[in-house]
Design a protein. Structure first.
Length: 148
């Protein structure tokens, strides 16, 4: 289910043309090495599946950081993301009515608002959902979507 799988969320965002940090699966040692080679350091490791304990994400600056993250994640599947320099990051709360009317908290304009609207429409979300946004310079990236 896409609501609990960050990898599927990121694939969805890509398919909709919504910017998201570059990512690769890192579910095992081989994929971790491939992801590192593709995206380099610094990177961000996060659990592939949304977890109730809210663990992560973990910044990995070099290979010395990786064993600690692997111990903390206890073998759970991961995603490696390219670490982005950012000016700010925030969670946008969106209420989408059955007729498609959107209500934003906080009120926001620009790309993030458009991305959030596209996400709600394409996924058919009715109710409250959250869009985590990373702003880097003039660019906005969607990092994660949360809803139930």
């Amino acid at each position: 289910m896409i609501a609990k799988n960050r990898f599927l969320q990121k694939k969805f965002l890509e398919s909709e043309g919504i910017p998201t940090p570059a990512f690769r699966l890192a579910r095992n040692h081989r994929e971790l090495v491939v992801a590192h080679k593709a995206l380099g350091f610094p990177g961000v490791l996060e659990l592939q599946f949304v977890d109730a304990d809210g663990a992560g994400p973990w910044l990995v600056r070099d290979f010395d950081d990786v064993p600690r993250v692997l111990r903390e994640t206890k073998g759970r599947p991961l995603i490696w993301e390219r670490a982005l320099p950012f000016d700010r990051t925030y969670s946008l709360e969106v209420e989408r009515d059955a007729d498609g009317t959107l209500h934003f908290m906080p009120e926001v304009a620009g790309a993030a608002r458009g991305y959030a609207a596209t996400i709600g429409e394409r996924l058919g979300i009715v109710g409250t959902y959250y869009v985590t946004v990373i702003e880097s310079g003039e660019q906005a990236f969607v990092d994660e979507i949360a809803w139930s």
